[in-house]
Ligand binder design. Structure first.
Ligand SMILES: *Cc1c(COP(=O)(O)O)cnc(C)c1O
Length: 228
């Protein structure tokens, strides 16, 4: 973070706190005089974050908050001053702030489901407990990767590995394809990496149970025994 060169005249800095494609995650955030804006779509509610370093953060619902259709926006009131009136009303955050987020009919189903998810998070013991579980879930898979003697190769440097999206590569694309095929046969869905980076990717959002990660870890060990 200390190497970052930040233009003090910049209107804002925008960062995406978790990178779902490569599977990396910011651990620290810069302390700046420039407003810091965070897209937390893929890790809000998954871990403790230094929320007070952000002037604004937002997250669309579909990863950890509930079904698609709603977006949570949290911003410092001071920022509303900068909402100019040339922005159409429906796109202007000031409109939402002044109308209690009820300027138009919002997607009530998505919002109701989010309420249930927030209650569930509290029942789990809040973000701190969820974070502990997420670290355990991700480490089940990273441990298999790290003890595979290079059969599975992690992509991201250890300190920056994502607890949400666990990514790895294998010796060649043929073996990766076979892994995906066999994993589907065993009931695992969507383990092929993002089309822009390929490889493998297991997403372990809050709703993914510990047992699912355990089952995948066991499948990975078994696959290596058979193909390694
Ligand atoms: C998941 C995710 C997306 C993709 O969202 P879609 O609504 O499926 O396009 C975009 N940005 C971030 C930061 C995400 O985590």
């Amino acid at each position: 973070m200390s190497d970052l060169i930040i233009d003090p005249e910049a209107a804002y800095i925008h960062i995406t706190t978790n990178n779902t494609i490569e599977g990396s995650q910011f651990r620290d955030f810069p302390l700046t005089t420039v407003p810091l804006i965070g897209d937390m779509t893929s890790d809000l509610l998954s871990r403790k974050l230094e929320f007070n370093k952000f002037t604004m953060f937002y997250a669309s619902a579909q990863k950890n908050l509930g079904p698609a259709g709603a977006t949570v926006v949290v911003m410092h009131e001071d920022m509303l001053k900068d909402c100019v009136n040339t922005i159409p009303a429906i796109l202007n955050y000031k409109t939402y702030a002044q109308n209690n987020s009820l300027y138009n009919t919002p997607p009530v189903h998505s919002i109701y489901m989010m309420k249930l998810v927030l209650e569930w998070v509290n029942q789990q013991g809040g973000i701190a407990e969820i974070e502990k579980m997420n670290i355990q879930k991700a480490n089940l898979l990273y441990d298999v990767i790290d003890s595979s003697g290079g059969f599975y190769k992690g992509i991201i440097e250890k300190p920056f590995r994502s607890m949400m999206n666990i990514t790895w590569r294998m010796i060649d694309e043929k073996l990766e394809k076979l892994f995906v095929q066999e994993s589907e046969f065993h009931g695992f869905d969507g383990l092929a990496g993002h089309r822009s980076v390929r490889g493998l990717r297991a997403s372990a959002y809050n709703a993914v149970p510990y047992q699912a990660c355990k089952d995948l870890a066991e499948f990975m060990i078994d696959f290596q025994k058979r193909k390694g």
